[in-house]
Unconditional design. Structure first.
Lengths: 113, 114
């Protein structure tokens, strides 16, 4: 079946540090890939997405590239801010139709000033 | 443009009781999915409703049931509550036919079972 494995947390960085959160997936066919972010006490917000191999999703300085050969979708940001502190979830779904999202276990990120 | 709304925000029940959670989708959306997020875990898919029918179901027992109304809003019902049902319940809406299935999430209902 489809599954997502994320880098275990928590991750603690200093402001302006470089961020990488690893995500690998197992899926039949060619899924769409997503990163969602959850701020304390809130629901999930879509951060970025990629729908086919070699696509790069980007938003708010975050980037992730859909790597079919390594089945990965690692999240990166060049210079993190305190406001980036949140829990980050990697997820996948089938491309067509309103199908279910399969999530990783989440990575808690804390940025210290 | 109203996003996905859920009610109530918090709920406390005791074992064996029944609970109903409600969700209104984002304007223009016709599909509602429900997820259970246990503490420290990623959300797990419960089921999805489209055209007032359950379209897809995850690995949850029959104690979990739902409904979708003609205005696309939805309810999640859980019977015979167990301690393990304590979680954040998230509702997500989407539009059938979207190529990449972008789902918009509500703030969730936090259910505590004592």
């Amino acid at each position: 079946g489809n599954s997502v494995t994320q880098m275990e947390g928590p991750v603690t960085l200093s402001e302006e540090a470089f961020l990488t959160i690893n995500c690998t997936y197992t899926a039949t066919g060619y899924p769409s890939l997503f990163w969602y972010v959850q701020y304390p006490g809130e629901g999930l917000q879509l951060l970025l997405k990629a729908t086919k191999a070699d696509d790069k999703g980007s938003n708010k300085g975050f980037e992730a590239t859909y790597r079919k050969e390594t089945t990965s979708f690692h999240l990166e940001k060049g210079s993190v801010q305190v406001s980036d502190s949140a829990v980050y979830f990697c997820a996948l779904t089938r491309i067509q139709g309103a199908q279910k999202l399969v999530f990783g276990q989440g990575t808690r990120l804390t940025i210290n000033p | 443009d109203a996003g996905v709304t859920q009610s109530p925000t918090h709920l406390i029940k005791t074992r064996g009781q029944q609970v109903t959670l409600r969700c209104s989708p984002k304007s223009g959306h016709d599909t509602v999915s429900w997820y259970q997020q246990a503490l420290g875990q990623g959300p797990q898919f419960i089921f999805q409703y489209y055209e007032e029918e359950e379209r897809q179901r995850g690995n949850f027992p029959d104690r979990f049931s739902g409904h979708q109304f003609p205005n696309y809003s939805s309810e999640l019902n859980v019977n015979a509550l167990l301690l393990g049902d304590s979680a954040l319940y998230l509702c997500a809406s989407s539009l059938v036919g979207q190529l990449y299935n972008e789902q918009f999430f509500g703030p969730g209902t936090r259910l505590t079972v004592l």
